[in-house]
Write a protein of this length. Structure first.
Length: 181
């Protein structure tokens, strides 16, 4: 009995999908605690530049070129990983019910957060740059748009553990957002 051609093609495509080791972002919660008038918050959208959406890990070298790190990929889509870190930290920092879109509870959240990232990259020395703005849309009360520019200094530990460095930068952003809620 011959193996159908479509089955051979499927087996070939499946065998090409192996990505090797994947880097996981292990989020650690912020120690910051702030009082917030918002009891419910939804992360509506996180928009990243195209290069930051890639699962391949890249570093920005001295001349500004992003260089892919051979064999290193993120275990999760960067926007989804960032959303998880922001949700966890906002919930911990404020005590509010926080979730990503779509809102899983009945009714509507009191505040919707939209994050637009202009730049997000690591450098050769392990430093991280995260810039952009976020919008807080309130059901009742004043909505706001705020800029952010987060720089995390490089260190031998940060270069060796880029996942931790990104986690810290995203945690810094969550702390900034929490103070504006």
């Amino acid at each position: 009995m011959k193996t159908p051609l479509w089955l051979l093609a499927l087996i070939f495509v499946a065998s090409c999908g192996s990505t090797g080791p994947q880097v996981v972002i292990d989020s650690q919660s912020s120690e910051l605690r702030v009082r917030s008038s918002a009891r419910s918050v939804m992360i509506h959208d996180i928009s990243l530049p195209a290069y930051a959406e890639a699962v391949e890990i890249s570093l920005r070298d001295e001349d500004g070129t992003l260089v892919e790190q051979k064999g290193q990929v993120w275990a999760d889509a960067p926007a989804r990983a960032m959303s998880g870190v922001i949700v966890r930290n906002l919930s911990t920092i404020t005590g509010a019910q926080v979730a990503a879109d779509p809102w899983p509870l009945e009714g509507y959240p009191q505040v919707e957060v939209t994050i637009r990232v202009e730049q997000m990259f690591a450098r050769d020395d392990g430093s991280i740059s995260l810039t952009g703005y976020y919008a807080l849309r309130r059901e009742y009360g004043r909505s706001a748009i705020r800029q952010f520019a987060i720089e995390r200094a490089g260190s031998p530990e940060a270069k060796a553990n880029l996942a931790r460095a990104y986690d810290l930068a995203w945690r810094d952003l969550a702390e900034q957002i929490a103070k504006d809620l």
